[in-house]
Ligand binder design. Structure first.
Ligand SMILES: [Fe+2]
Length: 309
């Protein structure tokens, strides 16, 4: 690949990437949807369909048509098919490192919004992880939906980068500073479970040249570096990352559907369970240190070259 589109020193590479990125960018969540014939297997055609969406928008939505989609093995197998193998074991993950997301009334998880029916603000997963354990991809997989609500918002960080770089390249520079944001420590009952973490919002993986974003819209979960450009960049990010963005995909996962993505920004609406009707929302979530194989800027450029050549 010639140059890196995410480097501020490489305007030519950025222009080429930008043109390609906007060409045929998906408009709605229906454009992201790929039907999988059988749980636990992905045919070459299904694989290609998911991969092309992830190359374009870093996210695809799948829908399993037949078979047992209720086991975690189904999620694990899907991940493996896309080069996702190294699972993150966060504080609340089950022993097998795949988390069951559902409403939990008591215990450690009760204090965390993901385990409640409240809305979840825009964020990337693992924004509090250290640099060497960044979450590059995740799968969320719906086993049961709620009686009402619980739709997701999905937003490709590369589109946010593009908008920011077009408007104010120096804000991108501010957000690439190694001390742009600090995530305060996580404490429970006076015990510190995780120290404060300082790092950039946008970073470029030195090996693959891919863009990574760490972000949360929860203001009490993040402290911005106190300089003028960083503050202004944070304010612009708050506008770009939100329900009003023209690039947000909205989707309510039905049982057997899921999202596979390169850790795109996401949000979740409030929901209401109805256990008596068997409508208690249950999602499996697998977070990976790997990125979806074949979705780096070099892979995308090669694909275009092959098509036009
Ligand atoms: Fe999340």
């Amino acid at each position: 690949m010639r140059g890196n589109p995410f480097s501020l020193r490489d305007d030519d590479a950025y222009r080429r990437w930008r043109e390609r990125k906007l060409d045929g960018y998906p408009r709605t969540s229906a454009d992201l949807l790929v039907r999988l014939g059988e749980a636990g297997t992905v045919t070459p055609a299904e694989h290609a369909a998911i991969l092309s969406r992830c190359r374009k928008a870093n996210v695809a939505i799948y829908e399993i048509a037949a078979g047992d989609y209720t086991s975690k093995e189904c999620v694990r197998a899907l991940g493996r098919r896309f080069g996702l193998a190294r699972l993150d074991g966060n504080l609340c993950a089950d022993g097998d490192r795949i988390t069951s997301l559902r409403v939990i009334a008591g215990g450690r998880r009760a204090g965390y919004i993901p385990y409640s029916d409240r809305p979840l603000n825009w964020h990337t997963d693992g924004y509090y992880n250290p640099a060497e354990l960044q979450i590059r991809a995740f799968v969320i997989h719906c086993v049961r939906d709620a009686a009402r609500g619980g739709d997701n918002g999905l937003l490709d960080p590369e589109m946010v980068y593009l908008q920011l770089r077009d408007a104010r390249p120096r804000y991108v520079e501010a957000l690439m500073q190694a001390d742009a944001v600090t995530i305060p420590p996580n404490s429970e009952g006076g015990t510190e479970l995780r120290g404060a973490r300082t790092g950039p919002v946008f970073s470029i993986d030195p090996d693959s040249g891919t863009l990574h974003m760490r972000y949360t819209a929860r203001t009490r979960s993040i402290r911005w570096k106190d300089d003028r450009d960083t503050r202004a960049a944070a304010a612009m990010l708050a506008e770009l990352v939100g329900d009003d963005s023209p690039f947000v995909f909205r989707h309510r996962l039905a049982p057997g559907q899921g999202v596979i993505c390169n850790n795109v920004l996401h949000s979740r609406g409030a929901f209401r369970d109805d256990p008596e009707a068997g409508r208690s929302r249950l999602l499996y979530r697998a977070r990976y240190y790997d990125r979806i194989a074949g979705t780096g800027p070099a892979d995308c450029e090669r694909e275009v070259a092959a098509c036009s050549g």
